[in-house]
Design a protein around this ligand. Structure first.
Ligand code: ZN
Length: 418
């Protein structure tokens, strides 16, 4: 078999493997959340809070779509015209056009163009968050966060660019195999490294102090049979008023993180409900599933890129000889941007199913559907959410079931458990 045939075979195997993992580890159906219960739940929410949430989401909407559209247009303009290759050549000049210089500086320069175009929209978004009081950051602190984000992106980008183009340089026919393995390995590595190295750049984490709440939460984890090293509090209040909690890492880096805003806003029963939801993620190893799917997807993407590389029309548009040369980095990003458009809704779908399962876990573990509902209501109000958003947008972007779906699921659960 030729390298191309191997790549095609590997791509098929990886896609099938991802489908099998998804089938085995992601629930296909959502628990019942009858529409009648959803409407009843909606009616219990304060009308002014619902209106304010809708107004806020409506205010954010144009910036969201503009950012998506502009990101795509810039990626296509740079990738499907000679502009991208030109930027790479210019950026590589200090190294006399050496391939490594082009790979690193050229790649970062192309990414940077996209960042610069996105910056005004990010600032627009931040101004809306401030206007509605959701952001507690002044412009100075916001700018520091943006710069930190650039720095983290540059470090990860440099590793990816140098790694990828070194492989394509030294293995011109079989780079896809090395690249696929490297992409999968990097995905796994980032899952371990992110909570330990990157998250502390943006937030301070302190163990939840000894006391009744911590004891109750750790006892709940114990009862649940989920080994949790620690419950950490993130100082999110210096950035936002929004409340949240999440579980990150797996194995030795797994921890449950609770925003300090949540502890300030919510009574203990509701905090327990949130932590019980996070324990559900830990128990079902959702971070592991996500990482596995991400690794398979990243490897498949590299194989697909290699196969796309024989599409002469595409190479001609970008005026490059090969998709594997550093001058083609903008073309690679353009392909990735288009692929992302299709991957996004799929990711959202998987995420919603996994989140609904964690909700069910919270209901079972706490046996407190009322506390769960109260928490959902609070989450939506404090975060200025639309509790019952447009179904199309929910399908495209919703990472969680809607607030009324989650409340309805609690009601359905309460009826079943009674
Ligand atoms: Zn969750």
């Amino acid at each position: 078999m030729t390298s191309r045939q191997w790549a095609a075979t590997t791509l098929v195997v990886l896609v099938l493997a991802a489908a099998v993992v998804a089938l085995l580890r992601v629930p296909l159906t959502a628990p019942p959340a009858p529409r009648a219960d959803q409407l009843d739940a909606l009616a219990t929410l304060p009308a002014d809070a619902v209106a304010k949430g809708r107004e806020f989401r409506g205010a954010l909407r144009p910036s969201m779509y503009l950012s998506m559209a502009l990101g795509l247009v810039v990626a296509l303009l740079l990738g499907l015209t000679p502009a991208g290759a030109w930027i790479v050549e210019q950026a590589g000049r200090p190294f006399n056009g050496h391939w490594l210089g082009r790979a690193l500086l050229g790649g970062l320069a192309v990414v940077f163009v996209g960042e610069v175009v996105a910056l005004p929209i990010a600032a627009w978004r931040q101004s809306i968050l401030r206007r509605y009081g959701l952001s507690t950051q002044d412009w100075g602190a916001w700018t520091v966060d943006v710069l930190k984000g650039y720095a983290v992106g540059a470090v990860i980008g440099a590793i990816v660019l140098v790694g990828f183009f070194t492989v394509t340089h030294f293995a011109p026919r079989w780079w896809w195999a090395w690249g696929a393995a490297g992409a999968a390995a990097l995905t796994v590595l980032l899952t371990f490294v992110f909570p330990v190295l990157v998250e502390p750049i943006f937030n301070k984490f302190t163990p939840m102090p000894e006391g009744e709440q911590r004891t109750r939460l750790m006892a709940m984890a114990e009862r649940d049979g989920v080994p949790v090293r620690d419950v950490l509090i993130a100082d999110a209040s210096r950035r936002t008023r929004a409340v949240n909690a999440y579980v990150s890492g797996f194995g030795p880096t797994r921890r449950i993180v609770v925003y300090d805003t949540l502890l300030k806003e919510a009574p203990p029963a509701e905090v327990e409900s949130v932590v019980a939801h996070e324990l559900g993620h830990a128990k079902d190893n959702d971070v592991f599933t996500g990482t596995l799917l991400g690794a398979l997807g990243a490897a498949a993407a590299v194989c697909a890129l290699y196969l796309l590389g024989s599409w002469a029309g595409l190479l001609r548009l970008a005026r490059v000889d090969s998709i594997a040369e550093p001058r083609a980095v903008a073309l690679l990003l353009a392909v990735a941007a288009v692929a992302g458009l299709f991957a996004g809704p799929l990711q959202s779908f998987v995420s919603r199913r996994v989140e609904a399962r964690a909700d069910q876990h919270a209901l079972e573990l706490t046996g407190d559907p009322a506390g769960f509902e109260a928490m959902q209501s609070r989450l939506s109000q404090v975060n200025l959410g639309d509790p019952d958003p447009n179904p199309v947008e929910q399908f495209l972007f919703g990472s969680h079931p809607t607030t009324v779906e989650r409340m309805a699921a609690a009601r359905a659960y309460a009826r079943g458990a009674r």
